[in-house]
Design a protein around this ligand. Sequence first.
Ligand SMILES: [Zn+2]
Length: 230
Amino acid sequence: MLLSKVGNTLADFFLPRLCLCCNSKLHSSQRVICDSCFSQIEITSDERIKYEFDRKFSEEKIIDGFVSPFVFEEDGNLQVLLHELKYKKRFRVGNILGVFLGELNADKIESWNIDYIIPIPLHKLKKADRGYNQSDHIGKSLARYLDKACLTKSVKRKKFTQSQTKLNIQERKTNIEGAFKIKRTKNIRGKNILILDDVITTGATVTELGKVLKENGANKVYACSVALAG
Ligand SMILES: [Zn+2]
């Protein structure tokens, strides 16, 4: 910790780190985003989580619990961070988002006794195009925070799906159906799994993966995302 602080201070002297949202100079203790920009991101209330769980997951009874620390806002600071991670290879954004997720939700996640974290996989063509799966970076960081393992090769996305942003809930469900395949069943059978996505909107994607995990013997399946939309 101390070493990383000294490292940050030294690095700042030569190459000041800037807030990704407003470009102001960061202090040595700040990471990626300044306090002022961070304070503009809305933290999800417990009531909102309960309401969204009922809306998105209670009917299908696949997802056993769900957390999401931040509310997604169009053109908001969190969208800036997610965009930098997703399209500009800013992997330290993934690290910090994983830490935020841990800091804000560790109590609840620890009460679930999870064995593994599984980030939503990308189709290999999309991964080849982007070069990486942004959710793997968040998942690995959250796993370090919780002292758990993050599995990035146990599930495959076999169906190439178009962007879901313009689809309604029923269209999203159809679009994602049959998209996932388990590659390593021994990591799934009898385990409690936490699925991680960057943003959860209708919940159709995590529900579909949860369904496949349970069909392959998973005990409990939980879901988390950095941001909650819709
Ligand atoms: Zn800022």
